[in-house]
Design a protein around this ligand. Structure first.
Ligand SMILES: [Zn+2]
Length: 451
């Protein structure tokens, strides 16, 4: 068949150079990656995850009614579910978890990212679905989804309603393909231009971002290609009890989920190629950002030490750090031995110090890390030369510079302490060794003479 579109490019799903080709003008289903078979909305969803949640592969991600395993193959904490009529909600049937998106069985605040692709146009109560997803998301978490929205339609049209368990069709029946059951799903809504406003209203005023992209180099061109990102706002955790300790409340304008990403990715950097996970050194949380708090729950086997140089108050019954962490006072030098830390996680705390304090604390962090230790921090996206120069002075080199996060505009930076060069250290030691040996010889000779 003749190609309508054919171009080379890079596929966000298989992350490979590829050719995109469509043999039908309905690009939404026809414009495929010849490498992995992905279609535009799948590529766009994954591109948005990469851009908005650079560490999504390490987050707790649930996908409702997946029809492919692109996300499953990459995400470490992935789960999925399908709606299976007649199967108890929350139970498994032939290894597939049954969930209704309108009545989820997940605990409150247990999921970082909830993904659905072309699901919301098939439910009878989308407002319940949006509310349920908001319930199970952690603060700062997001529902990332695709749904066909018709730009020619000013307001949403309901196609079918459920009355006493019976489907009543308000318009001629229309079906889309479905991965389960009889492989067809009834369309219940034709969403119009009022859709984003409706979603925001259902989600109690949450932010709704609609991402449009046209980029043939990534195979991103099709009808209804928008990806929606609905963020659960930050704020006091719904399960928190005021006045009681141990409440993890975001004290930071940035999201807890971002902090969790930083924590997870930081811990990963502890692994040295060819070695098993390094458990020996302490993890030092520097500052009091969400990443420092999150790292404690991500690294239960490590000794975690907390230093907050921005905390000038006397009481360190501060904030909401979880128990089990050794807090040390923010004095220089800290009461920790040189080379005792394998990882220092700073989040963006370091940036909030004055430049004089930055210099002092950089030297202290370098001392704690010893050789080959890792520091992760956030830095303004355009500050790389300054960061490299400042840390270079204390013997740390930038080994990774992950581009700025969309929301915080911060780059995630990994620095590694340089191993002292053994050879030059030995060479430096030679004159001293010679001197000592010479002195010893002289002493012996003197003793002999004196004897
Ligand atoms: Zn592909």
């Amino acid at each position: 068949m003749e190609a309508i579109v054919e171009n080379p490019g890079y596929c966000p799903c298989c992350r490979s150079a590829t050719t995109f080709r469509a043999e039908d003008p309905w690009l939404r289903d026809a414009y495929v990656c010849l490498g992995c078979g992905s279609i535009p909305r799948q590529r766009h969803l994954q591109a948005v995850l990469d851009q908005f949640f650079p560490a999504w592969e390490h987050l707790v991600l649930h996908e409702s009614s997946p029809s492919n395993d692109f996300l499953a193959n990459r995400c470490m904490h992935y789960s999925s579910s399908q709606y299976l009529p007649g199967v108890a909600l929350g139970s498994h049937h032939h290894g597939v978890r049954c969930e209704s998106i309108e009545e989820l069985t997940f605990a409150d605040e247990s999921i970082d990212i909830f993904v659905s692709q072309d699901v919301l146009e098939h439910v009878f109560h989308p407002e319940r679905a949006i509310r349920e997803i908001a319930r199970v998301l952690r603060p700062g978490g997001a529902h990332v989804f695709t749904v066909p929205v018709h730009p020619g339609l000013a307001s949403t049209v309901r196609r079918a309603v459920l009355r006493d368990g019976e489907i009543e069709h308000l318009h001629p029946e229309e079906y889309h393909g479905s991965p389960v059951g009889d492989h067809r799903a009834l369309v219940t809504f034709d969403y119009g231009r009022d859709f984003p406003a409706q979603v925001s209203a259902w989600a109690d005023g949450a932010s709704v971002e609609v991402i449009h992209t046209l980029d043939r180099s990534r195979g991103l061109e099709a009808e209804h290609l928008e990806v929606y990102v609905v963020r659960k706002p930050l704020g006091r955790s719904t399960s928190a009890t005021p006045g009681q300790g141990g409440i993890w409340r975001p004290s930071d304008p940035r999201s807890v989920v971002e902090g969790r990403s930083t924590a997870r990715v930081s811990l990963e950097r502890l692994q040295t190629p060819g070695k098993s996970r390094r458990d020996e050194g302490a993890i030092v949380g520097f500052g009091d950002g969400p990443s420092v708090r999150a790292i404690c729950e991500s690294a239960p086997r490590h000794r975690v030490v907390h230093i907050d140089p921005t905390h000038t108050g006397t009481a360190t019954a501060d904030s909401a750090l979880p128990p089990g962490i050794t807090r040390v006072p923010a004095v220089l030098p800290t009461p920790l031995g040189a080379g005792t830390a394998s990882l220092v996680v700073s989040g963006d705390a370091f940036q909030h110090l004055t430049s004089a304090d930055q210099e002092k604390w950089a030297a202290e962090i370098a001392r704690l890390l010893g050789s080959d230790g890792v520091l992760t921090l956030e830095a303004a996206g355009d500050s790389r030369p300054a960061v490299e120069a400042a840390w270079g002075r204390v013997g740390l080199s930038v080994v990774e510079w992950v581009p700025p996060h969309v929301l915080s505009r911060q780059a995630f930076v990994v620095l590694r302490a340089r191993r002292p060069r053994l050879r030059s250290a030995l060479e430096a030691g030679v004159p001293r060794a010679r001197r000592l040996a010479g002195r010893a010889k002289a002493a012996v000779a003197q003793r002999i003479r004196g004897a």
